[in-house]
Design a protein around this ligand. Structure first.
Ligand code: HEC
Length: 560
């Protein structure tokens, strides 16, 4: 940990020094653009000379740097993938090396090209030298296993799943699923699997898949651990880049589906996740942020793109274990809700005091916040809580426990009853005793609530949102969309998708859900994308953050 902090401080310092030196020598680089041809590079950039031009040593060094820093997006042979441009199709021919050098320092965050200013100057020139040689056919592409080839590996041969349980191979947009209490196997019916996501770069031919009539576009890329998304009352889109400690704001959508504006609202936070505006309604005064260790708030008014002052501390959270803290307000502004997940898989709070005040949804009066339990036995709803605008009820999306086999325990989405007990750690899905706590708390058996919608076990259900816009077909109105981050504790992975929970215009669930956005796993089981956050944009499209490919996807309805 200490090492990593030092490294990042060093990187920031290095970037700063590089930036200062750069702007001293090339003052025009950041000034008004003159040449509109190559990303508005200024004349001063064109004038820069590559001190290593054509040198074999620089090409070799640049190749290694390219493999490490650029290959995941631009492809092994520089051919580009998805929305990432090719570097070898001749477009760079008339471009001066100085302009390429200038562009990789600057990057283009909004369009998914990171800034490489933290690379020392020599290394940047080496990459440029390599890219030039590659485009001119003067050097080979980096050797070794390449992510894009994963797409051509053979599909998994495991036997098909037993419905209603499924796995990624059988997920398909529009498929309806329903798991009931009667479907649950005995604990340990299968072994506990170790099958975490092995991330690869998105191959060219991979793209999220939605039901017919929906279009999927890349809204933003090159983000750093994009997690929860929230739409502000004025339509701005707030994003928590959790491991980066940053809250970002996006505004608008250009004609080619990108944000028209992006701004850092605040940085330097400790693993921020939950975001909620207060008071609810059109004219918020505060934005509350659930950092992993504390609840804070910033003064906020419609249109603010940066925090105008320091944060105020509202409450402390226990740290360690499940770290996300989803935050929400009741529609009448009288209650603040925050979900604090367990510290462990299944430790008994009776014997593990660290679990006290966890695996709960907590509440307080926002005017004077002293947190108390609102609902309990909820292993981890830190990934998502939201009020149903139709009924005013609080709903949550929950990660249930692991290590009881492939098809136990279902994750779930449910409306939350005040004072309700949802089982963890002694009981699950109603009165099923966890074998690891046999004989304990018999008095709670009948109190354990069966949640509304049982999801695939282990699929790691995260943020949920209610679709109140009118741009999708009418039957979607009021439905829930939720992000399923994907399993590690299942032999053949499941989740890695966005689901729809139809509420049939009643505000209530029937236990069914549907696959909605799939395709984040390659046929051989490699993963390139993992949905986390989800929100409805002001234009009625659905935005989904993905911390596998570090991007945000936009799903809109275009009709048949
Ligand atoms: C996270 C993905 C990603 C990574 C990593 C990345 N790029 Fe890019 N790059 C992009 C995208 C997306 C664009 C298009 C940006 C735009 O449209 O303005 C781009 C554009 C470029 C361009 C301009 C190409 C053109 O035709 O306009 C160059 C040159 C480039 N990148 C070089 C690099 C180099 C060198 C590296 C490694 C040091 C790198 N990129 C790493 C995503 C990436």
């Amino acid at each position: 940990m200490r090492f990593r902090v030092c490294k990042s401080v060093a990187a920031v310092l290095a970037a700063f020094v590089v930036a200062v030196v750069f702007s001293l020598f090339y003052p025009g680089a950041t000034a008004h653009a003159i040449d509109k041809n190559f990303h508005d590079a200024p004349d001063s950039a064109k004038a820069m000379k590559n001190p290593y031009a054509g040198q074999q040593e620089a090409i070799e060094a640049g190749k290694t740097l390219y493999a490490r820093n650029c290959l995941a997006c631009h492809g092994r042979a520089g051919q580009g993938t998805g929305n990432v441009p090719s570097l070898v199709d001749g477009k760079l021919k008339g471009v001066a090396e100085g302009e390429v050098f200038w562009f990789i320092i600057k990057g283009d965050k909004d369009n998914g090209m990171p800034s490489w200013e933290f690379l020392p100057e020599q290394k940047r020139w080496q990459v440029v030298t390599y890219v030039e040689a590659l485009a001119a056919g003067k050097t080979a592409a980096p050797a070794g296993a390449v992510p894009a080839e994963a797409a051509n590996a053979s599909p998994l041969k495991d036997p098909p799943p037993h419905p209603p349980f499924t796995d990624f191979r059988y997920e398909s947009p529009g498929t309806t699923r329903k798991i009931t209490v009667n479907d649950l196997p005995e604990p340990y019916a299968t072994e506990s699997a170790e099958n975490g996501a092995e991330l690869v770069a998105r191959p060219e031919n991979a793209w999220p898949v939605a039901p017919a009539g929906f279009k999927v576009e890349l809204y933003a890329a090159g983000l750093e651990n994009p997690r929860l998304l929230r739409t502000a009352p004025n339509g701005d889109i707030f994003l928590a880049e959790s491991s980066a400690g940053r809250i970002r704001v996006f505004r608008g959508i250009t004609s080619d589906g990108k944000p028209s504006l992006s701004s850092v609202f605040v940085e330097g936070l400790k693993r921020p996740y939950g975001i909620a505006f207060y008071p609810p309604g059109p004219d918020p005064q505060w934005v509350y942020i659930g950092n992993t260790n504390e609840l804070i708030r910033f003064s906020y008014h419609n249109g603010d793109l940066k925090a105008s002052g320091p944060s105020q501390h509202i409450a402390d959270f226990p740290t360690g274990g499940h770290w996300t803290r989803a935050v929400e307000f009741s529609p009448n502004s009288k209650k603040l809700f925050v979900a604090v997940g367990s510290g462990s898989n299944v430790d008994d709070p009776d014997t593990h005091p660290g679990e006290k005040g966890r695996a709960d949804i907590l509440t307080c009066d926002p005017a004077n916040c002293e947190l108390k339990v609102y609902a309990y036995g909820i292993r981890n709803a830190g990934g998502g809580i939201a009020v149903n605008p139709q009924t005013g009820e609080l709903w949550c999306s929950v990660n249930e426990r692991d290590a009881l086999g492939d098809n136990l325990v279902p994750d779930y989405i449910t409306h939350v009853q005040e004072g309700g007990f949802y089982g963890w750690p002694w009981w699950y899905i109603g009165g099923h005793q966890d074998p690891r706590h046999a004989g304990k708390h018999p008095e709670l058996k009948d109190r354990a609530i069966v949640p509304d919608v049982l999801l695939q076990p282990h699929n790691a259900s995260l943020e949920l949102t209610f679709y109140e816009a009118d741009k999708f077909p009418t039957e979607y109105r009021g439905d829930i969309f939720a992000s399923e981050h994907g399993s590690w504790n299942k032999a053949v992975r499941v989740g890695y998708e966005v689901i729809r929970v139809p509420l049939h215009q009643t505000g209530h669930a029937t236990g069914e859900y549907q696959d909605f956005l799939t395709g984040f796993v390659l046929p051989d089981g490699h993963v390139w994308g993992r949905p986390v956050g989800i929100t409805v944009a002001p234009d009625g499209s659905l935005l989904v953050s993905d911390d596998g490919s570090n991007s945000i996807w936009r799903v809109s309805y275009v009709g048949k």
